[in-house]
Design a binder for this molecule. Structure first.
Ligand code: C2E
Ligand code: MG
Ligand code: MG
Length: 456
């Protein structure tokens, strides 16, 4: 109603119009809110990616005198979320936004989960420099998180798209430097673990024990598996599952594997000098076998102690199949060409895949203790064991060995399945080199199996 001249004291018309006016006002408020939400980042209150795109559109149609762009990315956001939870991650994002809000009078946007952009159209070079320095100083001050920042400023004939790309590239270059520094730190930490391990080796903190492996047909000792132990500061023995995974994770396990192998070869030479000759199996981690010259190193150790490669089995686990296929084939060929045997350890544990038997030629399959454990109690396990043993027998040049035999029932069943060799507490626990030598000598003296005579 524009300038009413009559019936100005009649309020009924105004009353009926009032509800329409209110409705329209509410509609406009909702639209305003919707617009606000679609252009605002709800977590930080900064403008969001939609708003950023709208602004870019606007800038590309404007004749800009100058443009300053800052690109900010939080380093390692995924790790922050993974290790501290998303709520904490959100707090970090808000803190970054707060610093931006504090200093940036131009437009700041959250353009991605952990990415922010600041657009400063028509800003002087000096002012832009002061702004970026303030931001960098404040981000540096906090110890909770790190950001990578790229910034550009250009005057005359500016393309906003190009400047943003440039700032993004600069931010990325800084991020690379950040990750490089972290990697360097990692390497230093690893060097620390390696030094510690080498010191422990030099201080005789590791011992190699031997667990006899028995030919099930004759009951005679066929050889032994070397198993490493670590001496605690108080002198008790620590089992390998407590320290091997750590050395594997830190990628320093090769030092230990090669030390164990060298000890094994030295012991073999000593036994040989005392008139007994046996076969030895040594465990090698996949990480150790990744070194390109590993076979040459193993060969050299054998040569140093005059151990013929035919007397040596290299035990690997299924995880070896994670090596690059080409590297794996070359490795297996090299090992076999040198005359060593390769045993597939822990077969049947977890998710064994039969295809490994078709792709690689193993000299021995070691059936895992978990399979042997279930033999007496579980009919299905007996079927699996019997038939995989059969597969093994049909594979050319592959012997079968069952690990963790503890009872005579298990042994009887393995006999029935024509398993070639056995190892387990039923026969003997891992023992010192001297104790193993005594056992070998006893068997040699008596000319019969020590197990058949004296029982477990
Ligand atoms: P593995 O190679 O499968 O060795 C067999 C494990 O089963 C040994 O445990 C042995 O003591 C245990 N064992 C044998 N028979 C029986 C039995 O009848 N009952 C029971 N309960 N256990 C039995 P250990 O010595 O604790 O070694 C654990 C694992 O540590 C080994 O499993 C092997 O994967 C790894 N390991 C040992 N020495 C080395 C090494 O020098 N280098 C690497 N990379 N790994 C090693
Ligand atoms: Mg083994
Ligand atoms: Mg095993």
């Amino acid at each position: 109603m524009d300038n009413p001249t009559e019936s100005t004291d009649d309020l009924s018309l105004l009353r009926s119009v009032c509800s329409f006016v209110l409705e329209e006002m509410e509609r406009r408020r909702l639209i305003r809110n919707l617009e606000l939400f679609s252009y605002t980042d709800l977590l930080t209150g900064l403008q969001n990616r939609n708003s950023f795109i709208k602004m870019l559109d606007k800038l590309s149609n404007e004749a800009l005198g100058s443009l300053g762009v800052i690109y900010i990315d939080i380093n390692g956001m995924k790790k922050i979320n993974d290790s501290n939870g998303h709520e904490y991650g959100d707090r970090v994002i808000k803190k970054v936004a707060d610093i931006l809000k504090l200093h940036v009078e131009c437009e700041a946007y959250r353009v991605g989960g952990d990415e922010f952009t600041v657009l400063c159209p028509n800003i002087g070079k000096q002012d832009f420099q002061v702004l970026t320095e303030k931001l960098i100083r404040d981000f540096d001050k906090n110890k909770e998180y790190n950001v990578s920042i790229g910034h550009t400023w250009k005057e005359g004939n500016v393309s906003a798209d190009e400047e943003i790309l440039k700032a993004d590239d600069l931010m990325y270059a800084e991020k690379q430097r950040y990750y490089h520094a972290i990697l360097q730190g990692d390497r230093m930490a690893r060097a620390g673990v390696a030094t510690e391990l080498l010191r422990d080796i030099a201080n005789h903190r590791f011992e190699v024990h031997y667990q006899p492996q028995i030919c099930l047909k004759t009951g005679r000792i066929m050889g032994a598996e070397a198993l490493v132990r670590k001496k605690s500061k108080r002198g008790s023995l620590i089992l390998p599952d407590r320290f091997i995974p750590h050395y594997e994770r830190e990628r320093v396990i090769c030092h230990l594997d090669l030390f164990v192998f060298q000890t094994v070869c030295a012991d073999w030479q000593n036994w040989k000098r005392q008139g007994v000759e046996t076969h030895i199996s040594s465990n090698f981690s996949r990480v150790t076998l990744m070194a390109s010259d590993i076979v040459a190193q193993i060969k050299q150790i054998c040569r140093d102690y005059e151990v013929p490669p035919e007397k040596v089995t290299i035990e690997v686990t299924e995880s070896i199949s994670k090596l690059e296929p080409q590297q794996l084939i070359e490795l297996m060929n090299q090992i076999v060409d040198e005359g060593f045997s390769v045993s597939l350890d822990d077969f049947g544990s977890k998710y064994s895949n039969l295809s490994i038997l078709t792709t690689l030629d193993f000299s021995e399959i070691k059936f895992d203790k978990s399979l042997v454990d279930k033999l007496s109690s579980d009919a299905k396990s007996r079927i699996v064991m019997k038939n995989t043993m059969q597969i093994c027998r049909e594979l050319p040049m592959t012997r079968s060995l069952a690990e963790g035999i503890e009872t005579v029932e298990q042994l009887d069943l393995l006999h029935q399945y024509h398993c070639d060799y056995g190892q387990g507490y039923y026969f003997a626990k891992p023992m010192s080199a001297d104790a193993f030598l005594e056992l070998l000598k006893k068997e040699q003296r008596t000319g019969t199996s020590v197990w058949i005579q004296s029982g477990p």
